[in-house]
Design a binder for this molecule. Sequence first.
Ligand code: GLA
Length: 407
Amino acid sequence: MVTPGRHTDSRARIEQLAAHASQFVECYGPGQAPRLFFSPGRVNLFGGHLDYNGGPVMPTAIDRGTFIAARSRSDRLLRMASAYDRQVVETDLDQLPSARVSKWVDYPLGVVLELTTQLAESGSALPGGLDILYGGDLPIGSGLSSSASICVGTAVMLDSLWSLGLSNLDRVRAALRAERHFVGVQCGIMDPYAIGCARAGHLLWLDCKDESIEYLPIDGAQLSILVTNTGVQRALAASEFNRRVDQCAQAFDILRSASVEATCLRDIPLEVLESERGSMDPVLANRAEHVIHEVRRTFEAREFLLAGNPEGMGGCMTQTHESLRSLYEVSCPELDLLVEAAATCSGAFGARLTGAGFGGCTVTLVRRGDEDEVQASLEARFEEEFGRCPQVDVFEGDPGPREIDWA
Ligand code: GLA
């Protein structure tokens, strides 16, 4: 587990956070200097749409994320603002809203509610008010988990300012419950774990059936993770995502009767699906088929990673994309083109959409040193087809949410 505060941050990161502290002062006025926190985003390389089906996933945290500046108040007001619009949302800690308020504020508010409810239930004194400013350098709504980044970062910040003494997993679970119960997205466990349990230079192996984790080193001297943002807004992401969760639950309900030991869709053998397929809704059968093959592919990708075989890993990514496109139906033409274009670059091992899909980003596994060639080629193909340039970034790993020492 990563202990917040143990990492030495780059000068550039410290300067970014110091600029965020200046914005905090502009927003809330002078006084005691705020404390500063960074919480990364994540990119998932293997295990697409497996977490809520009990399968394994292999994400990694990235060096882009959420900035949080926070200062204690002497009263019981909770004030939250975003550096994007600086509109301050104010609530009383003793009368926190029980229903959603407005778009982005629901995420941190959900975490505040989780943690204050836990305190109240355990009979502990409720903590004092806070002024908080959020910002960051993570593209929002692009499949890089800006929401889990805010939620886990908020849990880490509250734990620290309110001296709650939480464990890493307590913070991860508070973030997860906030998104599920308060914000209302039926998200799986991958994103808060990928962020809260991150270790730089490693992919996280998270088995979503028993929530066990392992750290698998990724050779940063040989491999780069390149992320291309299609710029396609994921308007349907929340409703269509919840629909996929529901369809998988329905498929499992049908298939479990022929596989008594199974506790989730991950456990269903391919033969069971094949024997039941004729009597199933074809859409549900396709969703299950993706999940069953994706579980196998994720175990294969793990073996390729451990054996130092990037060609094998890249092949799994490209097959995953095809399955997400045709069987799971969460892709779009912009994502497909980027995966197709990556397949023609000699420096790219493979690519797939990352996150929920319906727009957002692809992740491409690239030979270190070949990033510029791959980037130029993806940009040219995309521009030729869609008349605009996508945003391409090479992300490094990150050790997870932490307080930034900036004074
Ligand atoms: C979203 C969800 C995750 C996961 C991915 C798909 O990012 O938040 O829990 O299901 O989609 O792999």
